[in-house]
Design a protein around this ligand. Structure first.
Ligand SMILES: *Cc1c(COP(=O)(O)O)cnc(C)c1O
Length: 363
């Protein structure tokens, strides 16, 4: 059998490891921040009807511009936005927001260019940077993992990147990012500022999103996903909100017909029932707040979170605790932060099992 080192692989990919969240079949999978509530039966039927219709023309290439889906995503993203409606030509979509981010780097990054990130943050950001030949620079966070306008600006001045990645709220720490910090980043660079809002639906009620900053900022791009709050991780749909000019740039690098007719139909069906799809968000927020309350009662430190997960610390041996939980059929995530582990807020029952098991392991 040949091994990877026998192949004429690109030099810059030698020795690299692929994205590797473990995929153990367990009863309580609280490791990748999915919405653990299944899609309700009524919505499944509606999605099936849309897919069935799409199959009638599956002999033809799909709408390359996914016009109906962009209109539907625009309408969805316009809710709660103070700065007015999002136009469909300000929306782009792809197979998960990871693909959206890859397209942003293909268009604005690449060999000879660099992107600045602020670890600990989403582990795929440097991996996608490397795979597009974009060099990865890092700035630092405050000790509570937050970002400040001044801190972000000084990192930008120091590294002069072509792109800046801000994860709001940040995965894996849960830390929110203020609009002032995003504005400060934008003002300090002539490059692209990408705000990864994968967890935006879990923000505190009434809190503004980065989309409020889009008017007049053609270098600001906001990636979103249906994989988390929307309970649609298996369908692979992510999207981008940006100035139409930035979206024109993505058309230069996307593969023709990258979004299948089946995917477009499934996403449309789900978006037609957005209210039901998102009805579990407040329950999930409650379970997150319960984790934030009860983890300290067990002697752990819980980090502020505006997402559907909690990073908790004060663990002597994270790998051992991870393993002990796994033996109880509970899978959480070791994100490589010293003394910490991350857990997804699931259903009330899942959260109870997790907290009860943790309490027993702790004593
Ligand atoms: C989960 C996650 C994504 C989602 O990726 P998809 O490809 O849309 O499933 C993107 N960004 C962050 C920070 C995430 O945690």
């Amino acid at each position: 059998m040949a091994s990877l080192s026998d192949l004429p692989l690109r030099d810059d990919l030698r020795g690299k490891a692929p994205y590797g969240a473990p995929m153990n079949p367990v009863k309580y999978a609280l490791n990748v921040n999915e919405n653990t509530h299944p899609v309700p039966e009524g919505v499944r039927q509606a999605i099936l009807a849309e897919i069935s219709q799409a199959l009638e023309s599956v002999n033809r290439y799909p709408d390359r511009e996914f016009t109906a889906l962009r209109a539907s995503l625009a309408e969805y993203a316009s809710h709660e936005r103070v700065a007015g409606a999002i136009d469909p030509d300000m929306v782009w979509a792809a197979n998960g927001s990871n693909e959206v981010i890859q397209q942003v780097l293909q268009a604005f990054g690449g060999p000879g260019r660099s992107v600045l990130g602020f670890p600990p943050s989403y582990s795929m950001h440097p991996i996608i940077a490397e795979s597009t030949g974009t060099s990865w620079s890092v700035g630092s966070r405050e000790s509570d993992f937050s970002l400040t306008p001044a801190g972000v600006q000084s990192a930008i001045r120091l590294t002069t990147p072509n792109l800046v990645f801000l994860c709001a709220p940040n995965n894996p720490t849960g830390t929110p990012v203020s609009l002032e910090t995003i504005e400060a980043a934008y003002d300090a660079t002539d490059g692209i500022v990408l705000v990864d809002e994968a967890y935006v639906e879990f923000r505190p009620e009434g809190a503004p999103t980065a989309s409020e900053l889009l008017p007049g900022r053609e270098r600001l791009v906001i990636s979103r996903t249906m994989s988390k709050a929307f309970a649609f991780a298996g369908a692979r749909v992510g999207y981008l909100l940006a100035d139409p000019a930035a979206i024109d740039a993505l058309r230069l690098v996307r593969l023709p017909y990258h979004l299948s007719g089946i995917t477009q139909a499934a996403a449309l069906g789900a978006l037609q029932h957005a209210e039901i799809m998102l009805s579990m968000v407040s329950d999930i927020r409650e379970q997150r707040d319960r984790l934030l309350r009860e983890l300290p009662e067990l002697g752990f430190t819980a980090r502020e979170s505006a997402a559907n997960f909690v990073l908790f610390g004060g663990i002597d041996d994270p790998q051992q605790l991870f393993q002990d939980l796994l033996e109880h059929d509970i899978l959480i995530r070791d994100v490589g932060i010293e003394g910490h582990l991350r857990v997804t807020a699931g259903t009330e029952e899942e959260t109870t099992v997790f907290l009860d098991t943790l309490a027993r392991l702790r004593t």
